[in-house]
Design a protein around this ligand. Structure first.
Ligand code: LTN
Length: 348
């Protein structure tokens, strides 16, 4: 238990969206599994955030279950970490409402993600405008110390710190001030056909995007046809040799070997052999993940059980903070407690 107490509290929100790629593995799943070893980690599938832009109910459901299955398939453990769905813990929606009173309209209007996502749309939901407040609540409810997060989320994390400080000043010390931890530039996988852009399912040539659930032969083919460059040397130099550098980084992620060791091993080797080897390394990495993923995705009862374990832990962990928020803001406490509302028997 002392071990657990000394670990920092880590919170990460994962978007429930479509097909995940090798880029998501490198910058996301792989890191989550590593975080589990070093922190008291909460991984939240942020389904409530998904409804702020156009969505379909069938997709939301599928992406939520698929996202959960992928988190477990890539190594998260329901006992050691807390893996849960945001909508299963009502405290998130409540915290967002309360925190809306200490977040200004001006702050939200300045958010670049809001500006980008609302531009040119004919329906911009109030939810999209309030998206950052929900995220602030996600983080603050758990007395989070560390938030591993993408660079594009820097402004949201700064807002979280500002709102936490404002609340603490106005109503008394309630929240830990969290710190963002950003991935180092360069540790980001690029499209195999267009190495100047990041690997993403929403933009870029599909033939250059390796999806985590691609069949082995599809993966092999994508690597065989990956673009390289004319100067036939296997060397890591992203500016001059973006294609080969990307492949070296992918090989390093897949095999666990440092890039420098790979450069030495492939000195004098041809591009053809190298590309084939990278493809095989990725197939070897993804095959066991795909097997676990398929088994779990097909077993919805087990998936629900695992998410139930996470939701219960998350409810207990967030309840004291939500209670303190209501209390310090002057809300009258309901006699029977708040966690299960009126349905909760007295004395529990
Ligand atoms: N906005 C984040 C997802 C997210 C999140 C969070 C991340 C929602 N709540 C809390 C970290 C902590 C994104 O778009 N990746």
């Amino acid at each position: 238990m002392t071990d657990l107490e000394s670990k920092p509290r880590v919170f990460s929100g994962i978007r429930a969206s479509g097909d995940k790629t090798l880029g998501n593995y490198s910058g996301g799943y792989r890191q989550y599994a590593a975080t589990q070893e070093t922190g008291d980690a909460f991984f939240c599938i942020v389904d409530l955030h998904s409804i702020t832009t156009e969505f379909s109910p069938a997709d939301l459901r599928e992406f939520t279950l698929a996202g959960a299955a992928m988190l477990f398939a890539t190594g998260l453990d329901a006992e050691r970490s807390t893996v849960f769905c945001q909508s299963h813990v009502v405290a998130h929606a409540e915290a967002a409402w309360l925190l809306g009173s200490v977040t200004s309209f001006g702050e939200l209007r300045r958010m670049t993600q809001f500006k980008e996502k609302s531009e040119g749309q004919d329906f911009v939901s109030a939810g999209l405008f309030n998206y950052p407040v929900l995220m602030v609540g996600d983080i603050l409810l758990y007395q989070t110390e560390i938030v591993p997060i993408g660079d594009d989320q820097r402004q949201h994390l700064e807002l979280t710190r500002d709102v936490a400080e404002r609340f603490n000043q106005r109503f008394g010390e309630t929240f830990t001030i969290p710190r963002g931890v950003y991935p180092e530039e360069g540790a980001r996988i690029r499209n195999l056909q267009e190495p100047e852009r990041l690997m993403s399912t929403t933009r870029g040539t599909p033939a250059g995007v390796v999806r985590m659930i691609d069949e082995p032969d599809v993966i092999r083919k994508k690597f065989k046809t990956a673009v390289t460059d004319s100067e036939k040397e296997i060397r890591h130099d992203p500016a001059a040799k973006p294609g080969i550098s990307n492949l070296l980084e992918i090989m390093s992620v897949a095999s666990g070997e440092p890039v420098a060791a790979l450069e030495r091993r492939y000195e004098g080797a041809g591009y053809g052999q190298f590309k084939e080897d990278v493809g095989e390394a990725v197939v070897a990495l993804l095959t066991p993940i795909q097997e676990r993923y398929r088994a779990l995705r097909a077993d919805e009862r087990e998936l629900q059980r695992l998410l139930g374990v996470g939701a219960e832990k998350a409810r207990r962990a967030s309840e004291p903070t939500l209670e303190a928020m209501y209390d310090r803001m002057g809300f009258v406490k309901p006699e029977a407690g708040r966690l299960f509302g009126a349905a909760r028997p007295r004395g529990l």
